[in-house]
Design a protein around this ligand. Structure first.
Ligand code: SF4
Length: 374
């Protein structure tokens, strides 16, 4: 199992909370796409001869690319990788890019999954986040996607937004459920350093985030989605009929992946590397056959901590036998001893040798995982 990630670093506007690498300037778009295609060829042996099971186009906003731009990249991927015939092929998309013709084009390129950046079905909240689409566009994008033939549709929602009442949040969730999609990703708003949101809060032009309110939103989310038969399979992800995001699941299961484009990360089980988050340096590096890449060789401690952190966020939990096999008896004994506290507090349970966070434990997932780090 291996995945490919493409980072298309362009957006029409910058959302207030966003710290992904992207630019609203399209000045270097052609050069970036040319470099990205060259990078695909240069890096084609990074994963050995692994079959590719998932391809994920993220960013940035890949749905901003036109048909010919998308097609030329799809062709190069197909020419250079052994892509499984039933591979999951996801495109992240902004609702206002998803008009009927655009969706037909995307569908014709064999994309079989959409991840739509809906964020909210409330125009005032969308404005507060500096999203460029409207609630109406968000609804229409899902309708059009279904009409065109997409079966796997995910939407993103954001909660914990100042001014978003519990009632409004519940209404957002119910709206999402009513759209009969099979996947929802819901993220707690966080303030990342250097974002517009961070600056606005520091200038007292935006209220500070309220942790208690976020927790209430999280509880409403779990309650409503469970009632609607969504499985909470990862802290921020919910699926119906086991239509999990395979690409993201592979990250959480620490499978190999290869990223293309500025700031994209790659992982081959022993090391992680990432492209420079700078358009000009990325283009120059690829053009001179010296990609601007940073590399981190993962220590046993890094791999141990990542395994614990990622697995505890999922419904499958942390397998104690795997921990012992990969990291030794001593570390699995330490884990078991530390877990006693969380088991007795009802924040964790054991199912088939897997330590899984309970509903209560999920509220503190990152904090609990960090207690097990070495
Ligand atoms: S569309 Fe996505 S990548 Fe672009 S600024 Fe908004 S959140 Fe960031």
């Amino acid at each position: 199992m291996a995945g490919i990630y493409l980072h298309i670093p362009f957006c029409s506007t910058k959302c207030h909370y966003c710290n992904f690498f992207s630019t609203v300037s399209l000045k270097h778009k052609d050069e970036v796409l040319k470099a990205l295609k060259k990078e695909i060829v240069i890096m084609k042996n990074y994963l050995g001869d692994e079959t590719i099971n998932t391809i994920y186009w993220g960013g940035g906003t890949p749905s901003m690319l036109d048909f010919n731009e998308l097609k030329s990249i799809v062709n190069i991927l197909e020419d250079n990788f052994n892509i499984s015939s039933d591979a999951e092929k996801t495109m992240e998309a902004n609702p206002d890019d998803l008009h009927q013709k655009k969706l037909e084009e995307i569908f014709s390129l064999a994309f079989n999954r959409l991840s739509i950046g809906t964020q909210s079905f409330d125009d005032d909240i969308l404005k507060k986040l500096n999203r460029r689409h409207t609630a109406e566009a968000a609804v229409k994008s899902v309708q059009f996607a279904k009409e065109v033939g997409f079966k796997d549709i995910s939407i993103d929602l954001i909660y914990g937004i100042p001014g978003l009442s519990n009632e409004q949040w519940k209404a957002n969730i119910l709206k999402a459920i009513s759209m009969e999609i099979n996947h929802i990703s819901a993220y707690n708003l966080t303030v990342e350093s250097g974002t517009a949101l961070d600056i606005l809060i520091n200038k007292h032009k935006y209220p500070k985030l309220d942790e208690t309110q976020s927790l209430e939103h999280f509880e409403i989310l779990l309650y409503e989605l469970q009632k609607a038969d969504f499985e909470h399979y990862e802290i921020s992800n919910f699926a119906k009929n086991q239509r999990y995001s395979l690409h993201n699941s592979n990250y959480w299961k620490q499978e190999k992946y290869l990223g293309f484009g500025p700031s994209a990360h790659s992982y081959n089980l022993t090391s992680r590397q990432w492209n420079i988050a700078n358009i000009n340096k990325y283009i120059d590096g690829i053009n001179s056959d010296l990609p601007a890449v940073e590399n981190e060789v993962l220590t046993t401690e890094n791999r141990h901590n990542e395994y614990i952190m990622l697995s505890l966020r999922t419904i499958w939990g942390m397998n104690i036998e795997k921990l012992q096999r990969d990291f030794g008896r001593k570390n699995s004994d330490i884990f078991k001893a530390k877990a006693v506290k969380f088991l007795s507090e009802g924040k964790m349970k054991i199912v088939n040798n897997c330590y899984i966070l309970s509903k209560e434990g999920k509220k503190f997932a990152d904090g609990i995982a960090s207690e097990f780090f070495i």
